[in-house]
Ligand binder design. Structure first.
Ligand code: GAP
Length: 518
């Protein structure tokens, strides 16, 4: 396994207009990222792939563990909800990270992200611990200092040190020992004020997850549609978390997008649905080109489980081996059995009855029907990050091949590629541009709703191919000297660089087959 360079991936993402630093002309804004023209399209394609495979054609028509097609309905709820929603969900009281501040550099860290170098012998002899953030420039600097002080060193988790040791820690980038504060809980929700008075009574929050909007509308969905449990409600949308240490490009951002399913089922079926969703979601990420060796499903240990998941079927993460986590993995999507924690919290706090009346359960009556059963359904929640998905797709697609005229390329899955095809005249004369313009117009009409269809007449053909390779365009069609003679064009495959000739009037059919839709 070779680890790809995150710096090169970020440079390409900027160069080709996938991802820009937010507010870049003002020096950027930590934890916020904007998507450029190709990035916006890539993100939209991933969101739409999810929407098609989750909402419109759930699981590609596969049957659920109940032997029936999976039922799913969409929803679009507000970013700002009634503040009581976040009290009921537990976010006001408990959605926090332990953080430490450096009084000297004014930097803020998550205490569970910081490590320290100490002596292998365990005896510091009055010398300090050297704190660092793994994979940051501080790691090498602090290691050098620690080795000078102790010789052989070991890494320890800061959160495992007693607070009495804090005065003896040299913080990353600090000059003086003892500048780190003790850890304290920091609520990750962004606060805002609703209304003109903007007093403490008007405090509201930007949602830290889209899920709660689904729970609070569960009853309305049941009452106004014909869905029956088991069924899911799906929603995509922005979420906001005031992360203490946003980092690793878009991986941990303060504004990001989620794609969440809350799947409601009877408690007795929760284990089966949990297993179904776990396997379905890994298969989905694979279908979009994330390779098996970089993808894993990790079952949470009991002590990792959220309070509401302790007694249930469990929680698993779909994890991807990002360059900055390699050889380890980072979370892409969580699949959790949330029991009926959220519905029961909202029922209690709102005093609204959120119970579902299931006419297919309960005692069998003499007339052959069922008595029915009232219950608060259990929930299986597959919750994916769209921005993390885009990042994983970019990391997976990024390929270096110094032997090619385009040494860096993006092997994006055709379904996700922002540019679906490019049409070039070999040279901008001899009747070639007229043919390429006609072909471009035809392809644009047919495939323009799926993505960009490029037409480019400038620069050498090698440079044009290289640009398309970096943009992840899967197919380039070139009109050359033979086109006028035999009505054929070359089609160049991005991944192999190989070219073959196909008939000019077969280009649309070729693309239809390769892109999967017409
Ligand atoms: N409703 C459950 C929930 O929000 P989560 O594990 O906190 O669960 C779900 O978030 C997904 O959202 C994660 O798997 C990740 O892909 C994405 N996500 C969470 N925090 C993020 C952040 N700060 N930046 C980017 N994506 C994030």
């Amino acid at each position: 396994m070779t680890t790809k360079s995150m710096d090169k991936i970020m440079a390409l993402a900027k160069r080709r207009g996938f991802v820009y630093q937010a507010s870049e002309i003002y020096g950027g804004f930590n934890g916020f990222w904007d998507y450029g023209p190709l990035g916006a399209m890539l993100k939209k394609n991933l969101r739409e792939a999810w929407w098609q495979d989750v909402v419109l054609n759930p699981c590609g028509g596969a049957l659920g563990p109940n032997g029936e097609p999976v039922r799913m309905v969409p929803l679009d709820t507000c970013i700002i909800q009634h503040p009581k929603v976040w009290e009921a969900s537990g976010h006001v009281a408990g959605f926090s990270d332990p953080m430490v501040d450096c009084r000297e550099t004014k930097a803020r860290y998550r205490s569970d992200h910081l490590l320290v170098f100490g002596p292998q012998s365990g005896d510091r002899q009055g010398k300090p611990y050297f704190a660092y953030l793994p994979d940051s420039p501080s790691e090498a600097k602090q290691k050098k200092k620690a080795e000078k002080a102790f010789g052989d060193v070991v890494s320890l988790e800061l959160s495992k040190l007693p607070t009495s040791d804090f005065p003896s820690i040299l913080a990353p980038e600090a000059e003086k020992v003892g500048s780190l504060t003790e850890p304290r809980a920091f609520n990750l929700m962004f606060k805002t004020y609703v209304g003109a008075t903007a007093g403490e009574d008007d405090v509201a929050y930007l949602r830290p997850e889209t899920a709660q909007g689904i729970f609070v509308q569960f009853k309305n969905v049941v009452d106004t549609t014909r869905v029956r449990v088991p069924f899911g409600i799906a929603q995509t949308g922005k979420a906001f978390r005031n992360e203490v240490t946003p980092r690793n490009f878009t991986f941990r951002s303060r504004e990001f997008e989620q794609m969440e399913i809350e799947f409601f089922c009877h408690e007795s079926e929760a284990h089966a649905w949990y297993r179904f969703w776990r396997d379905t979601r890994v298969a989905w990420w694979k279908s979009l080109g994330l390779s098996g060796e970089n993808l894993q499903l990790r079952e949470h240990e009991r002590d990792e489980l959220a309070h509401y998941a302790k007694t249930g079927a469990g929680t698993s993460d779909v994890e991807y081996r990002f360059p900055f986590t390699a050889p380890g993995f980072g979370e892409l999507e969580g699949i959790a059995h949330r029991s009926n924690f959220d519905l029961s919290q909202h029922q209690k706090t709102s005093r609204s009855n959120l119970e579902y009346f299931d006419t297919e359960r309960g005692e069998l009556l003499p007339n052959g029907s069922r008595k029915g059963e009232k219950y608060l359904p259990h929930v299986i929640e597959p919750s994916a990050g769209l921005d993390r998905g885009v990042l994983a797709v970019l990391c997976e697609a990024f390929t270096e091949d110094p032997s090619r005229p385009s040494p860096e390329l993006l092997r994006l899955h055709p379904r996700l590629a922002p540019i679906k095809a490019a049409v070039f005249p070999l040279v901008n004369k001899e009747g070639m541009p007229e043919v390429s313009e006609r072909l471009h117009a035809e392809l644009f009409k047919r495939f323009g709703r799926q993505g960009f269809i490029e037409h480019d007449v400038k620069q050498s053909i090698g440079k044009r191919y290289a640009r398309m390779d970096e943009a992840g365009c899967p197919f380039c069609f070139t009109i050359d000297g033979d086109t006028a003679k035999d009505q054929s064009v070359t089609v160049r495959d991005r991944d192999s660089g190989a070219q073959e000739r196909i008939a000019l009037d077969q280009v649309s059919a070729f693309l239809t087959e390769r892109l999967g839709q017409g």
